[in-house]
Design a protein around this ligand. Sequence first.
Ligand code: PLP
Length: 390
Amino acid sequence: KFEESKVLQHLPKQFFASLVKKVNAKVATGADVINLGQGNPDQPTPDFVVKAMQDATAEPENHKYSQFRGDPELKQAAANFYQREYGVTLDPEKEIAILGGSKIGLVELPFAVLNPGDTLLLPDPGYPDYLSGVALAQVKLELVKLTEANDFLPDYDSIDPKIAQAAKLLYLNYPNNPTGAVATPEFFKKTVAFAQQNKVGIVHDFAYGPIGFDGHKPISFLQTPGAKDVGVEMNTLSKAYNMAGWRIGFAAGNPDLIEAINLIQDHLFVSVFPAIQKAAITALNSDQSTVNDLVALYEKRRNQFFKAARAIGWEPYHSGGAFYAWMPVPKGYTSESFADLLLEKAAVAVAPGNGFGEAGEGYVRVGLLIDEPRFTEACQRIGKLGLAFN
Ligand code: PLP
């Protein structure tokens, strides 16, 4: 009989698994559940990307073990993408690492560059999977609180200087999951200064890269002067090209951090299926019109959901990007008791904010991954519960 290792025992509880279980149990009762809890893109992968992958599967070359560190053509496409979209110049061999989804890079980076007991800073609230990297690398976790008053950006002045000086890595994520907050150039400048002052490496999670609203294209951390000296940016094709199941992403930036990621990749993986890498080249080289259409769709849905929520007096935090709305919980409820109430009494599923960390308490996350008239229907059902939102 085998037991889990101590490291595995420290892995965080997969909170989405328990949410899915609750939603499935409600669906099994025959209820017409409106699921606003998930973060799974609902739109199809663009046809031309699917076609590129299908064509590549027919090539015998693509059945072989691929190059360990990824297809050079994909690394070049990623570098071209950065140049074209953000005006950032990257060396495709030294400053890009191909990943089987960005989650791999996010989770393995602490393991690649930190030692047990080193300090890592994570945003709270934040994407829960960062915690897996903390557990696997056995590092010391310190949380950086994000507040609505500061637009869910860290306030570097409020971080205890002893913690800042001990920290080896800081994770950031804009456009943000779960709040929909976006970064400003000034904030990224302060981030580089904080990194230089305290010798902290920055890991910017750019999973929702192009998804910005109201005419604002989200900025890349690497556009900030000095950023490449202090950090990396994690990218994925999961969201912008609806390729979440394909598992393809890349890291870009500081060559030492990229080398560390590549080293760990060499030991754990061969590489992503070459046909998927070929499809990713096609996606990154495309004219981005499918991405623009997708951003317009999410913005339309955000506006539709906001309108439906405001009609029942439920005021959202202004989401500037990604595909989420971050909603306050009414008086007398916790994130979890409110989410449970909505599922039980209104058959509406939302993700409780405390699943993203303690500072997520008091909020729920709504995914903009369905179409009207379901937002209106969901909010009308919630409205009938007669809750005091203010
Ligand atoms: N980062 C954030 C903030 C996410 O929300 C997600 C997925 O939901 C990921 C990273 C992981 O993306 P990938 O599919 O590239 O592993």
